[in-house]
Structures are given as structure tokens and as C-alpha cells.
Design a protein around this ligand. Structure first.
Ligand code: GLC
Length: 636
């Protein structure tokens, strides 16, 4: 009888050969059962391409197949202009997302947009694992990158309308007109709480009261994302900018020529939670798929810290306490602001919880830097896997693995009457009546009218920033009706004289309508005192008010992204309306003016007597506004 097994295993040669066979068998098993980085694409049976599987299982399968290079590529977001000359880089670097910076690509039709995006998508689909890319854009008040798309009032006007459902419907229309162009992701809503109206982004806020942003966040996120993110009428939404971007102090910006934007918010953590964090809880509860970090810094008592590098706020609070399971995306080149040492900036931002970096230009440098940080152990693979899982999760939710290319079936509805009616309703509801001496308003439509002011015949001023370009412009390609056209449409039998500078004779006019306006701006460029945007009535508009209102009964309409200094110009003004930035449907401004709809808007921000009174917020001890937060006269 030969040696027993135990006796055999005591013999070294037999022992080692047995172990070797067992180890080989184990390795083969692992390779066969657990997909690894060197596995090729799946076949759709029980793997990440199997749409019948739950998303988290598809993510786990795909993640297990990815190399570290592929993972880092997914965390990279690039502006489309940076790959225009080298589209193959989308595949070479495995880029996870492209975006349209505020002034990048612009096409006339949804089909042209879709063709451009699909071109880059084809590159992404050529990659080893065929991971589709996401394309993002700032469709923050309509998909204004398409001239025929509907442009809604900016958020401050929607806040004045105090109608969260209406804001949700506006988001729904915007989502449909965005996804129809093959765009998957909008960087909206801004749930910022503007506490100092000198901020150039005040108009992107629903107002100074966090209660507005809390009330609006849910319906607006639902409007953008719909019931099903795979639908050709849904886009991924972004709650931004996390956190307290609207609470920065004047003069604290470290960005050249800016005053407040990207500055420092100094307050207790309790105040920050109550004012600036609460809207994000509402957005997370509504299932928002992404959150954009803020350029700004917070100082909760231990000195300023860039939010992009704040692990406590991003990972512990947003992801941990609030339970956010979507993508935290950086702002535009904001990671670079974290440190002069780029490797340190990348390390700190990714370790803080940033999942996708809006580089947006030097993607080669970003990917190589992050790969080095992972190789050196400064950034753990578990952090990378968390980030990539979040990104892949949203891509699966968007249905991009099943339908990576555009579905432009909804293009026919872009700019439709039905969509424009929603924008007109929103513009009308946002109108806020601040004075109405002698019940001048509403007009009857039979008066002979004299219209003046820089905002009367200017689609650019009434749409404001983030319209077809980053800063907006006086002559955007946007289709719509000016306020003047709206007035003419509302009073077809009246004699309407238009003279922007009121140089035409006033004889025969019964009522004057002077539309004063701010020129468009965005971000810190609009910070009061930063440049030409000073929250004052221009000289020409002031002269027009004086000329017209000295001669006839008059109403002044203020087209602006925030309160402006107006008290000194109100002598002889019978009626005053805050028109905000009403968007493409100027007819909506005329509706309450002629009684087609009631005036029912209420101030979402306090209106100061002097700009120097800012920051001015309801609840302040020495609160003495020209018009108080929540004020608005009714007239129908
Ligand atoms: C900008 C803005 C942000 C926008 C992003 C992409 O700097 O801060 O709101 O979504 O860049 O354009």
C-alpha cells in the first residue's frame, strides 16, 4: 500500500507541486469568474451591458473590468473646444465627459448639435469597454445655445413669481429642448441663496430667503430629470454651487476684478447649514444626480478653506450626512485655485470628494497628475472607485449604454407655442408691482403710448447673462418678443411711439412707459463695483425717465438681475414694476401691464435705498429697505 496522503504531503517535492497546482487552479478560477482589468467588452449576459440588471450590479461589473487609466479618464471633463482638433483624444484618454463652456460651440439646430456630440460619442464608443460620455451645458434658463429655443426668466424672476410648480414646468421644457439636441446634462439649478445683491450671480438665485431655494429645488430637479432619466425629455440636473456661494463678503474674492464672486463666506456652521446647506438637502431628497462644488471658500472659524478642498463639507456632510450618491463635479478650472502646486490641488480636491474634474483644458496634465497621485498612494484607489462608481451610475441611469446617440425626436417642439406659453406665463408671473399711484395700472390698451428706455427693444437685456454665451450680449441670436413688441401686440389699436432716448416729441401721448435696464453680465464680471456694472440707472435711462415722466403719466419697468438704485429717479413716476430678466417672451411683461394677467409678484430680495446698504436681508436689525422682501402690490 503506498504512502498515505498525509505522508505524501510531508514530502517537500510533493507538497510544493500540489500547492502550485492548487494556486494555478485558483488563478484560473479568478480569471474566469471575476472580470479583471484585462477582460474585453462584456457580451450583455449578466454583465454591465445587461440592462436587466440593477444599476449597482452593472457598475460593480464594469468597475471591476477597468484599468486605473480608464477610471481616471472617466473623472475627466473637458470643454469641447479643447478636443475639437483632436477628437481621438476622447478615446485615447477615455474622457468621461465633455461640456460646452458658456461661449463654446453654438449651432442653429438641435440636429446640428446632436451630430457634433454624436461625433465625439462615436470616439468614446470605440474604447475598449465602450463607456459612453456625457455632454453637459449651462441650460440654466432654457437651452439658449439654440437660437430658436425658449428662454425663461432667470431664477430671481421665478422667485418673485413664488410658484415652485411653474419653475418646475420651466425646467421640464428646458430639459426637453436640451435632450433633443443630444445634450445629457445641465448645470442647473443654482440653489444659491444671494445675501448681497451686489453679487453678479444674484439673478441665478431664487432670492435671499433659503426657504425659496428649498421650496423650488425639488420641483425644478424633478422638472429637469423627469420620472426616467433615459427619456428623451430628461437631463441630469446639477444643484450648485456647493456650498454658500451666495454668502461671500464684498471684497473677499481672490479672482482679479471680482469683488464677491468666488470670495469667502464667513459665518458659523449653524448659520451656513440654515441658510446655504438646506437647499442642497432638498435637492438631494429630490434625487438630483450631480452637485457642483463652489469656487468660493468658507471660514467657519478656523480660517478660509476652498470648498473644493473641503473633505468635511463634501464627503462628511454632502455625501455622508445628506446621503448624496451622485456626482460631485468641480467648477470650471476651480481645482487649479486650490493650490499653486497642481499635484497638491488635484490630490486635495479628489481626496476631499470631488468625483469629476471640469479641467477643462489640460486633460493630459490632469490625468497624468492624478495617475501619479494614485501610484504614489496619495490618492487611494478606493476614492477613485467611489468617484467612478458615481459617474457610471449616472451614465447607466441616463440609459447611455443602451442609447449612446442622440434622439432628436423632440427637436420639433423646440420653440413651440406650447413651450413659449410656459415662458410667457413665467415672465408675467414674475412681474412685481412696487408702485401704482392713481391705479394707473393696468392700462386699457386704448391710451396713446410713448415707450422709451434701453430695455424696451432689447432681447439681449431682457434675457441677460448665460444666453447663447457666457456673459450674454446685447444682440444674441435668440428668437422671441421684445417688451416693446409685447406692448404693441397688447395694444394693437393704440398709437405707440418708441424713442429709446425719449428724443421724439411726446405730444399726443397719454401714458409713458420707460423700460430701464442693466446690460447683461455673468458671475464676478457682474459684481457691483467690479467694472461697468454698478446697479445704477444709466444716465440715458435716467434722462428718459425725467423727460417722459415730467410730461405724462408714466410707468417705469426695471429690467435687471437684482435691485438697482432707483429712489432718486422716482419723482413723477406713477407706477413702478420690477420686471427682472424676463427671458425671450417680452409679451409676458406686457400681459399684467394691460390686465391680461394680474400683478402678483413679490420681491424675493430686499430692495435697498442705496447700493451701499447691501448686504440687506429681511430680519436684519436695522432693516430699512426702499421696498421690503416679500413686497408686491396686486393689480388686475
Ligand atoms: C462657470 C460657473 C458654473 C458653470 C460652469 C460651466 O464658471 O461657475 O456655474 O456651470 O462654469 O460653464
Amino acid at each position: 500500500m503506498g504512502a498515505s496522503l498525509p505522508e505524501l504531503l510531508r514530502r517537500p517535492a510533493v507538497l510544493w507541486s500540489t500547492l502550485a497546482v492548487a494556486l494555478a487552479a485558483a488563478v484560473v478560477t479568478v480569471l474566469l469568474v471575476v472580470p479583471g482589468a484585462d477582460d474585453g467588452p462584456a457580451d450583455g449576459n449578466g454583465d454591465y451591458l445587461d440592462a436587466s440588471l440593477p444599476i449597482d450590479e452593472r457598475v460593480e461589473d464594469l468597475l471591476g473590468r477597468m484599468t486605473i487609466e480608464e477610471k481616471v479618464g472617466q473623472m475627466t471633463q473637458v470643454t469641447v473646444g479643447a478636443v475639437e482638433g483632436s477628437p481621438s483624444d476622447v478615446a485615447e484618454y477615455g474622457i468621461g465627459s465633455l461640456l460646452n463652456g458658456g461661449s463654446e460651440a453654438l449651432f442653429a439646430t438641435a440636429e446640428e448639435w446632436a451630430a457634433m456630440i454624436d461625433g465625439y460619442q462615436a470616439e468614446a464608443m470605440e474604447t475598449r469597454l465602450g463607456i459612453p460620455l456625457m455632454y453637459g451645458i449651462d441650460a440654466v434658463h432654457g437651452n439658449t445655445a439654440i437660437p430658436g429655443a425658449v428662454v425663461f426668466p432667470h431664477n430671481i424672476g421665478l422667485g418673485a413669481a413664488h410658484d415652485a410648480d411653474l419653475a418646475g414646468r420651466a425646467a421640464e421644457v428646458t430639459a426637453a429642448e436640451t435632450r433633443a439636441a443630444g445634450i445629457h446634462w445641465t448645470f442647473a439649478p443654482c440653489v444659491c441663496v444671494a445675501r448681497d445683491s451686489r453679487w453678479g450671480r444674484t439673478y441665478e438665485s431664487y432670492g435671499e430667503d433659503p426657504g425659496l431655494a428649498i421650496e423650488y429645488a425639488g420641483p425644478v430637479v424633478a422638472g429637469y430629470q423627469g420620472e426616467d432619466l433615459t427619456a428623451n425629455t430628461s437631463v441630469l440636473a446639477t444643484a450648485k454651487h456647493y456650498v454658500a456661494d451666495g454668502g461671500t463678503a464684498y471684497g473677499t474674492s481672490t479672482t482679479e476684478d471680482y469683488q464677491l464672486d468666488q470670495g469667502v463666506t464667513t459665518m458659523s456652521e449653524e448659520e451656513l447649514r440654515a441658510i446655504h446647506l438646506a437647499p442642497f438637502q432638498a435637492a438631494v431628497d429630490a434625487g438630483v444626480g450631480s452637485v457642483m462644488a463652489s469656487f468660493s471658500s468658507t471660514d467657519l472659524g478656523e480660517g478660509p478653506l476652498k470648498v473644493h478642498a473641503d473633505e468635511y463639507l463634501i464627503t462628511d456632510v454632502l455625501k455622508g450626512e445628506l446621503g448624496f450618491d451622485g456626482i460631485v463635479v468641480s467648477d470650471w478650472q476651480a481645482v487649479d485655485q486650490v493650490s499653486a502646486d497642481y499635484a497638491e490641488a488635484v490630490r486635495a480636491s479628489i481626496n476631499a470628494g470631488i468625483d469629476m474634474v471640469m479641467v477643462p483644458f489640460e486633460y493630459q496634465g490632469f490625468t497624468s497628475t492624478l495617475l501619479s497621485e494614485v501610484a504614489s498612494g496619495e490618492v487611494g484607489e478606493d476614492r477613485i472607485d467611489d468617484a467612478v462608481s458615481r459617474i457610471l451610475g449616472q451614465k447607466f441611469a441616463l440609459g447611455l449604454f443602451e442609447q449612446p446617440y442622440a434622439d432628436t425626436a423632440g427637436a420639433a417642439a423646440i420653440g413651440s407655442d406650447e413651450h413659449r406659453d410656459v415662458a410667457r406665463e413665467a415672465a408675467a408671473a414674475s412681474q412685481t408691482l412696487l408702485r401704482n399711484d392713481g391705479d394707473l395700472l393696468p392700462l386699457t390698451g386704448t391710451e396713446n403710448l410713448y415707450v422709451a428706455g434701453s430695455g424696451a427693444d432689447s432681447i439681449g437685456r431682457q434675457t441677460g447673462g448665460w444666453t447663447a454665451s457666457w456673459q450674454g450680449s446685447l444682440n444674441p441670436p435668440t428668437q422671441g418678443t421684445t417688451i416693446l413688441a409685447g406692448i404693441q401686440e397688447a395694444a394693437p389699436n393704440a398709437a405707440v411711439t418708441f424713442s429709446e432716448d425719449a428724443s421724439e416729441p411726446l405730444a399726443g401721448a397719454d401714458v409713458g412707459i420707460v423700460v430701464v435696464a442693466e446690460d447683461p453680465y455673468a458671475e464676478g464680471v457682474g459684481d457691483a463695483g467690479a467694472g461697468e456694472h454698478d446697479m445704477a440707472v444709466s444716465e440715458d435711462d435716467a434722462a428718459a425717465i425725467h423727460t417722459v415722466c415730467a410730461a405724462v403719466d408714466c410707468v417705469v419697468l426695471v429690467v435687471s438681475g437684482r435691485p438697482i438704485e432707483i429712489e432718486a429717479h422716482l419723482d413723477g413716476v406713477d407706477a413702478l414694476v420690477a420686471a427682472w430678466l424676463p427671458g425671450s417672451e417680452g409679451a409676458g411683461v406686457a400681459d399684467p401691464l394691460f390686465g391680461a394677467t394680474p400683478y402678483d409678484g413679490r420681491l424675493p430680495v430686499s430692495w435697498p435705498r442705496l447700493i451701499a446698504d447691501e448686504p440687506l436681508n429681511v430680519g436684519d436689525a436695522d432693516y430699512d429697505p426702499l421696498f421690503a422682501y416679500g413686497f408686491g402690490l396686486q393689480a388686475a
